[in-house]
Design a protein around this ligand. Structure first.
Ligand SMILES: Nc1nc2c(c(=O)[nH]1)N[C@H]1C(S)=C(S)[C@@H](COP(=O)(O)O)O[C@H]1N2
Ligand SMILES: [Mo]
Length: 505
């Protein structure tokens, strides 16, 4: 063999082994996913969370404002890549160890080593035997085939180069593992129960049915306009994987500067007298005309009733802590109308919205509406919350906004524009529309108000379309008579402001 072809051969071998390791890595990731599904015990979950927590605030803010959900998807993709690499390193180490051992045990030594390392990599979220086994299996198959133990069976294959056989074996063995793991994991994700095993279902009641019917009745019949109870409620989280909490083991504690610390169980909460309230939420990171603003009917109990027996002494503030490591602090005064929700639109609170229980703090930006709530801590002194440590000022009341999401051509020369308006506990009194870029204004029709102190309204307006392109501008007036601020501000750091303008042809 000439010098040249030998070096080419070894380079091919080098890449070949790397590829085999990557396939074993992918099988390992699938193994972890098979049992965990998309929950925090999935190996990629903590990696994505780690990056979201430790990347500089500017990058996260850029990601939220510019990339939106794409930023989140990129983060998950990156986390999947990193987990695959980690398992691939396990496979490489296994293959290296195996190489020093003699056939026929070599393959098994390689596989066992790779599997054990892969298994210990998963220890951080939750040790996953399936991840270790899947990585090991690919290593074993690839190694055994390469070393020729199956020579008798493979001599008749088209190409019997050991390197190619190794690669082929890795591909053939990893594909079913990856597909199987993906299928199993997807089922696990969907199955994750949002139900406690016992107890009443306070979110099921004639009152809930009546309120939901009222919201349906009062929703404007405008094609393309989301109804007063959101069909798809936005989600914003610090982690890619939502906590999958067991209601029977969840507790909510009242701690800090109190006379007596308290602990509530899920049973305690669902056995209390509940109330059903419409509450709208909006994220401080929402863009001016964005979609991170929604409304639902929540079932729950008053937070003040829960904390009263603890006798909180002289305090300025309260810190909410959650099972996903999130925490937010805000002034005590905002807690007065605080609501602990355990149900949403006649169902138990969905996992993505904080199962088993979340806080709702009327009128305030979404971030202090802490999901998966585990602790209410009373503080004598102010402290920064998770987002405030990253430069945001999102613990205060929401800005007033009228959004313009729907532009319908009615076909008879008329146009219909519509959207939602929201001003937290100030309420919405009026929405005005201008079709000439803000020169002249007309009143829009509002949906009838829903009961509740913190609920959005819909608006719509119909006009005869001018023949040329024109700018439609909307602005709301809140319940105190204050006009929505015209001054443009980006969401960072204290929420967007300005009037929504859309150009219509
Ligand atoms: N535990 C926890 N609670 C949280 C968050 C979070 O990441 N973790 N995100 C907050 C933010 S920024 C917003 S806008 C709202 C969104 O609530 P939703 O996902 O139910 O719409 O939840 C808040 N509560
Ligand atoms: Mo938010």
């Amino acid at each position: 063999m000439s010098q040249l072809s030998w070096s080419r051969f070894s380079r091919w071998r080098y890449w070949g082994v790397l590829f085999v390791a990557l396939l074993a890595g992918a099988a390992g990731v699938a193994g972890s996913y098979a049992l965990a599904g998309f929950t925090p015990t999935f190996v990629a979950g903590p990696i994505a969370g780690f990056m979201a927590r430790t990347l500089p605030g500017e990058i996260i803010t850029f990601s939220i404002l510019v990339l939106g959900d794409l930023g989140e998807q990129l983060n998950v993709l990156l986390a999947l890549g990193i987990s695959t690499l980690l398992f691939a390193v396990a496979a490489l180490l296994g293959l290296a160890v195996g190489k020093r051992t003699r056939f026929p045990v070599a393959g098994f030594v390689a596989a066992a080593t790779a599997g054990a390392i892969a298994y210990s990599i998963t220890a951080a979220p939750a040790p996953s035997l399936a991840a270790g086994v899947a990585t090991g299996v690919v290593v074993l198959v690839a190694d055994v085939v390469t070393r020729g133990s199956l020579d008798d069976f493979t001599t008749r294959t088209v190409d019997s180069s050991p390197e190619r056989r190794r690669l082929l074996a890795a591909i053939v063995s990893s594909i079913p593992l990856v597909l199987g793991g993906y299928a199993l994991g997807s089922r696990t994700s969907a199955e994750t129960t949002d139900q406690s095993s016992v107890g009443p279902e306070p979110w099921v009641s004639p009152d809930v049915d009546a309120l939901l019917a009222e919201a349906a009745d009062k929703s404007l019949a405008v094609s393309g306009l989301e109804s007063l109870v959101s069909e798809e409620f936005y989600e914003v989280d610090i982690n890619s994987t939502d906590p999958a909490l067991d209601a029977d083991r969840w507790t909510l504690t009242v701690t800090g500067n109190v006379e007596r610390e308290l602990t509530y169980t899920y049973e305690d909460i669902i056995s209390m007298d509940v109330d059903h309230q419409f509450v709208s939420l909006r994220c401080v990171g929402d863009s001016l005309n964005g979609r991170k603003m929604d409304n639902a009917l929540w079932t729950g109990v008053s937070i003040m009733d829960l904390v009263a027996p603890a006798n909180p002494a002289e305090n300025c503030c309260v810190m909410f802590r959650a099972a996903d490591g999130f925490y937010e602090e805000f002034p005590l005064s905002a807690l007065q109308d605080g609501f602990l929700a355990i149900g949403m639109n006649g169902e138990p609170l969905p996992r993505g919205h904080g199962f088993p229980a979340r806080a709702l703090i009327p009128g305030h930006w979404g971030e202090i509406n802490v999901k998966w709530l585990t602790e209410i801590e009373f503080l004598e002194q102010e402290e920064d919350g998770y987002w405030e440590q990253r430069g945001w000022h999102g613990t205060g009341p929401v800005n007033t906004v009228a959004k313009l999401h729907v532009i319908n051509d009615l076909g008879d020369g008329r146009r219909e524009v519509a959207g939602h308006a929201y001003a937290g506990v100030r309420g919405i009194d009026r929405v005005e529309v201008s079709i000439d870029g803000g020169e002249t204004w007309a009143d829009a029709t509002l949906s009838e108000p829903l009961p509740g102190i913190d609920v959005w309204r819909q608006w719509h307006y119909t006009y005869t379309a001018p023949s040329s392109q024109h700018d439609v501008v909307v602005r709301a007036t809140d319940g105190t008579g204050a006009l929505q601020s015209r001054e443009k501000a980006s969401p960072f750091p204290s929420g967007p402001s300005g009037w929504v303008t859309r150009s219509v042809r």
